[in-house]
Design a protein around this ligand. Structure first.
Ligand code: C2E
Ligand code: MG
Ligand code: MG
Ligand code: MG
Length: 278
């Protein structure tokens, strides 16, 4: 009886695995097609200085917009793109689109804004500096209008390589942000040693600051620590007045979140900028 049960559990498990693998393959195939058909677009989410009310810049966030069908969010395809290595081509596409868009906005007189682009672990390799240099050259934007967001986990994978890459990028005049800060294991030592300019506090801590004292303490500690290290600190995922008031009270200067705007297509972002600046 037990054996039979074991076997049926095993069959069940196999079926699930097969389904997962099939799903993964089908997503992989669609990503390739999406790249060929140019179906990936970039949405932009504003980052605001809550002390002077100024727009600091925007984060470029990829969206998949299939010819027929609804917009697909990155959670659906980024994990598969990462597993299969397709993220390298996809990330390159996003970097190019974001730089080209920044060029248009700089020409429009918005060159003081900073464009942040997410860089995945697989892109964070020796040739990244060349890829970035080429994107800057082709778009003609100034290096200091570009910020690369790299997660804490990616940075801590190979410290030697991280220091080397970050120093090259920093030497080119780019800004570097640690994304999803608080979810990984970076030490104070490396925060000082890496040439970074920004800490982005992960949304998961900001979400519960009003009801979880632990999260509230973590957030205020990160703010103080970041400022003591002369870093910009950005709170991600701000949705409510209460969260905003808390962050302002703790001295957090920059925020990003649905409170101000969801990530939106370029044309809508322009409307936001015009509204915000008037
Ligand atoms: P992330 O880089 O930490 O980006 C922030 C995510 O939080 C975005 O999700 C954004 O829409 C969401 N967000 C911002 N404010 C709020 C808020 O107030 N409430 C809530 N509930 N969510 C908020 P999105 O666009 O779905 O992207 C998810 C993740 O996918 C990103 O997290 C990033 O890790 C990855 N990703 C997105 N675009 C790219 C890309 O071009 N390249 C790479 N490598 N990864 C990307
Ligand atoms: Mg990010
Ligand atoms: Mg983040
Ligand atoms: Mg995240």
């Amino acid at each position: 009886k037990a054996k039979e049960q074991g076997r049926s559990r095993c069959l069940h498990f196999d079926a699930e695995m097969t389904e997962q693998v099939t799903r993964r393959l089908s997503i992989e195939k669609s990503i390739r097609k999406g790249l060929e058909r140019d179906e990936f677009q970039v949405y932009y989410q504003p980052r605001i200085n809550i002390f002077n009310g100024r727009l600091v810049g925007m984060e470029a966030l990829v969206r998949w917009v299939p010819e027929h069908g609804a917009v697909v969010s990155p959670a659906e395809f980024i994990p598969v793109a990462e597993e299969t290595g397709l993220i390298v081509a996809l990330g390159e596409r996003v970097l190019r689109l974001a730089c080209a868009q920044m060029r248009i906005w700089a020409d429009r007189g918005w060159g003081d804004l900073r464009m942040s682009v997410n860089i995945s672990a697989r892109q964070f390799q020796a040739n990244l500096t060349e890829r970035v240099a080429a994107a800057l050259r082709d778009s003609g934007i100034s290096p200091d209008s570009l910020e690369l967001e790299i997660t804490e986990t990616t940075m801590m994978r190979d410290i030697g390589q991280t220091v080397l890459l970050l120093e090259q990028l920093n030497g080119m005049g780019l800004k570097i942000a640690i994304d999803d800060f608080g979810t990984g294991h970076s030490s104070l030592y490396y925060l000082k040693r890496f040439p970074i300019s920004t800490l982005k506090i992960d949304r998961s801590f900001v979400r519960d600051i009003m009801k979880d004292d632990g999260d509230a303490n973590i957030v205020s500690t990160i703010i103080t620590m970041g400022h003591n290290l002369s870093l910009n600190v950005v709170a991600e995922g701000v949705e409510t007045d209460e969260q905003l008031a808390f962050l302002r009270d703790k001295g957090c200067v920059e925020v990003q979140g649905f409170y101000y705007s969801r990530p939106v297509p370029a044309a809508e972002f322009e409307d936001f900028v015009l509204r915000h600046r008037s």
